[in-house]
Design a protein around this ligand. Structure first.
Ligand code: ADP
Length: 396
């Protein structure tokens, strides 16, 4: 009996020990489970945070402006480009679209997305950051899994540069048409006069044929200049760059222009040092110097002087200067004379047979050589056109 009690007590003690061990293990398991769960949640949150940071960085690198709004029309997220376009501080979360963009048209697009699924190609003009900008917005309504409205995404493309280029193109076409029409109508009226009987009078015949010849020549010059500019624009001009003794190139231009210069009593001078070498295309350089000297003859002082000089700068670049002692160029026009068809005095340029493209060609040809052109002029005391070229030999 006693032995049985002892056995029972021992079994109970063993059982108690086993329970205690079981309880301890369970407790340990529960602790471990809690720890695992917390760890999992921590890892998941870190992953989500990293993902959203990566998405935000990606959105911020987008060229297009991006705004995401919630169902109440408040901003959930706006990228840097959108903030730049409308001039607000990103991310602007919580603000309404109108508060952030200060643009009624954008908030009208958001309102439309309450009724429509998408708004595509809507164009708008904004003035929030100074100069007007032209934007195109494409927007998409968001729906949750139950089909209820969950806000919208708006993507803004900046069309300003495109609009500016369209404007430049339209202006160019209008200018070209005008430039072509003027000599053409003069040729037409001269030939009509001749056909109407003018040809019977030898003096009238000579006069009107001279008009036709002059304006046909002007048309040919204009078309040559236009074709050259279009080749320069398309990057299609092939330059045959050679080390040029620039003094000789300048002398060729001077020899070509001597009759015109003499007719206005203008002295042409070549003071480019004989040793000066420029890495350039000879034909194109001759054209550049001819355009500049031709202008010096046309717009400079009758009986005056035009000179071409050159030197090597300490950094190895080469500078060529074409200088006249004419009336100079007004300050406000100096920025614009390299534009196509810009003239300070339209009537004077046309009367001299100018196409209005000479300096635009100079600028493009020099840029194609990796160089630059600028003008320095004090009204009343002449003009200097300065060309700079990269070093003829690579510096060590
Ligand atoms: P254009 O065919 O009219 O000469 P350019 O492009 O060569 O066209 O020159 C543009 C304008 O710049 C000229 O119409 C003229 O008004 C001005 N210009 C150019 N060179 C000179 C100069 N040396 N002195 C004064 N004005 C000049």
């Amino acid at each position: 009996m006693e032995a049985a009690l002892i056995l029972l007590a021992a079994a109970a003690a063993a059982l108690a020990l086993a329970w205690a061990r079981e309880r301890r293990l369970r407790r340990e398991d529960a602790d471990r489970g809690r720890r695992d769960l917390a760890e999992q949640r921590f890892r998941r949150e870190a992953e989500l945070k990293e993902q959203s940071q990566r998405t935000a960085a990606l959105f911020d690198r987008m060229v297009e402006g991006l705004i995401v709004v919630d169902a109440a029309g408040r901003i959930r997220m706006a990228n840097r480009a959108a903030a730049g376009l409308f001039g607000f501080d990103a991310p602007a979360s919580g603000k309404t679209v109108l508060e952030a963009t200060r643009n009624h048209e954008v908030s009208a697009v958001v309102a439309r997305l309450g009724r429509e699924l998408e708004v595509l190609g809507h164009e708008l003009r904004i003035e929030s950051t100074g100069a007007p900008r032209f934007l195109q917005v494409n927007a998409l309504a968001l729906r949750d899994s139950g089909g209820a409205s969950d806000g919208a995404i708006l993507v803004f493309h900046d069309l300003t540069r495109l609009r500016q280029l369209e404007g430049v193109r339209q202006e160019f076409v209008a200018n070209v048409s005008h430039e072509l029409r003027t000599p053409l109508s003069l040729i037409k009226s001269a030939s009509e006069t001749l056909l109407d009987g003018g040809k019977e009078d030898p003096a009238a015949l000579a006069r009107f044929l001279a008009i036709i010849d002059k304006h046909a020549h002007r048309l040919a010059l204009l078309i040559d200049d236009l074709l050259l500019l279009s080749t320069l624009d398309s990057g299609g001009l092939r330059l045959d760059k050679q080390p040029l003794a620039f003094r000789a190139t300048v002398q060729d231009s001077i020899d070509d222009l001597q009759p015109r210069a003499r007719a206005r009593g203008v002295t042409l001078e070549n003071s480019v040092p004989a040793a000066l070498v420029v890495l350039a295309d000879n034909e194109r350089m001759r054209q550049v110097i001819s355009n500049l000297l031709d202008n010096a003859i046309k717009y400079g002082r009758a009986g005056g002087k035009a000179a071409v000089g050159g030197r090597m700068l300490p950094n190895g670049r080469i500078e060529i200067a074409v200088e006249d002692d004419g009336p100079g160029i007004p300050k406000e026009a100096q920025e614009r004379i390299f534009e196509r068809f810009y003239r300070v005095d339209k009537a004077r340029s046309r009367e001299q047979g100018g196409t209005g493209l000479g300096l635009a060609i100079v600028k493009h040809v020099i840029q194609a050589h990796g160089g630059e052109v600028r003008v320095d002029s004090e009204p009343g005391s002449g003009s200097v056109f300065i060309l700079t070229f990269p070093p003829a030999a690579p510096t060590q």
